[in-house]
Design a binder for this molecule. Structure first.
Ligand code: EZ4
Ligand code: CO
Length: 403
């Protein structure tokens, strides 16, 4: 089999997605997600201008060799643009392999370790009462785990607090909007939210999660982790910016609240110290930003040795192609922890028809060969790219802060 062509599509059925379609001389094609929120066109160019010409004529069954060809062959290793592009090629090749062999991708990854992947959804509200009610809605829909984010009094536009009803979209159209941040108000407010959640729903009906979006210092994060211990979080996510990983030692020495990190990591080299030193409990790298299925298998295997579970990023900026790949991986890999899952808009679901499905708090993959996801090019063309960015975040004195 040979790769004959690969096309990159940028569309915006509710939000922007970059999709790679790899064609072969046997008529089989594979799909990969190349979406990088707020930097979509850079990945399109990386693929179209630098990767696709090198793919033509290659054997699509040589997935591991192609991965190293793109990673090592570039000389310039790693980074989000490169690794998202490599991931898209890798996932498309796994899709092709599954179709060629007539088997779903999870079967190529060792078969099922479980039947479904437990997911968490995002509940948020403008105050504690409405956030508690929103968590209740997710419980009623069958979710076993819910991330709770609440607007902080006195702060405009708290990041991670959804605007829509059951849909969550972190990016905004146009140029980046700006929001304000006060650590003092935030640290006061969050424990009150989780106290209210546990007093409403009891100690064990639902797993509760919270995302800090990299906005605290290590000692502040340690204080928050300690304050949240009575409410038994499933995890506290991205407590500090993760470039300086020593910060996690400080957090770890103060609190037993489980820690999750990694949605902005791109390679195993971003994660190996945190995993080897058992400074985290969940690794949140995703297939689409972490080099694809081939690379994430290595991350998961390293994590398994060190009691770290997977908890893939799965916000709405990861397309249904990513989500399909994640669900196959989640049910196969032994040290799976949880999968983030925010439902896409109806337009997105129509552009990417798929067979994975949600039921009773779990996602289940389809049984057809490959990933079980398709791409409707004609429909996608009706939703052209619209510039959109993640918000900028400033402290109350105007200093730029983590997003
Ligand atoms: O900020 O997906 O856990 N989920 C998140 C998301 C991310 C966006 C970034 O593109 O933190 O909201
Ligand atoms: Co996050």
């Amino acid at each position: 089999m040979k790769i004959t062509n690969a096309e990159v599509f940028v569309c915006s059925p509710g939000r922007n997605f970059v999709t790679l379609k790899v064609h072969t001389d046997e008529g089989i094609f594979g799909l990969g997600d190349a979406t990088l929120n707020g930097r979509e066109l850079a990945v399109r160019s990386y693929l179209e201008d630098h990767v696709v010409p090198c793919l033509i004529g290659r054997d699509p069954t040589q997935i591991e060799d192609t991965w190293h060809y793109l990673y090592k062959g570039a000389y310039w290793r790693g980074g989000p643009v490169t690794m998202t592009a490599i991931a898209a090629v890798d996932v498309a090749l796994w899709d092709i392999k599954g179709k060629a062999l007539g088997t779903p991708v999870y079967n190529l990854l060792g078969g099922k370790s479980r039947t479904g992947a437990m997911v968490y959804g995002h509940a948020s509200g403008s105050d504690i009462e409405s956030t508690v009610a929103e968590v209740g809605r997710y419980i009623k829909m069958g979710y076993r785990a819910v991330r709770a984010q609440c607007a902080v009094p006195g702060m405009s536009g708290t990041y991670g607090v959804g605007r829509g009803d059951l849909f969550y979209e972190p990016a905004e159209k146009g140029l980046p909007p700006e929001a304000t941040w006060s650590t003092e108000s935030y640290l006061e407010h969050v424990p009150k939210l989780f106290e209210a959640l546990r007093s409403s729903y009891g100690p064990d009906v639902v797993h509760l999660l919270h995302d800090v979006h990299h906005r605290l210092t290590p000692i502040e994060a340690a204080r928050l982790g300690k304050a949240l211990e009575p409410f038994r979080l499933f995890w506290l996510e991205d407590p500090v910016p993760a470039e300086l990983q020593e910060g996690f030692r400080v957090i770890r020495s103060h609190t037993t609240t489980p820690i999750a990190v990694g949605e902005v990591f791109n390679t195993i080299w971003d994660a190996h110290v945190l995993i080897r030193e058992q400074l985290i409990d969940y690794i949140r790298m995703s297939i689409s930003h972490g080099g694809g299925i081939s690379h994430m298998r290595k991350v998961a295997a390293l994590a398994e040795l060190h009691h770290v579970l997977t908890g893939f990023h799965g916000a709405t900026d990861l397309s249904p192609v990513s989500l399909a790949a994640a669900v196959h991986f989640d049910i196969a890999v032994h040290n799976f922890g949880i999968q983030e899952y925010m439902r896409h808009t109806a337009e997105t679901d129509r552009v990417f028809p798929h067979t994975y499905h949600f039921e009773d708090g779990y996602l289940y993959p389809g049984e057809e060969p490959g990933l079980g996801v398709d791409f409707d090019e004609e429909l996608a063309a009706k939703f052209p790219y619209e510039r959109a960015y993640l918000p900028i975040n400033r402290k109350t004195d105007g200093t730029l802060h983590s997003w």
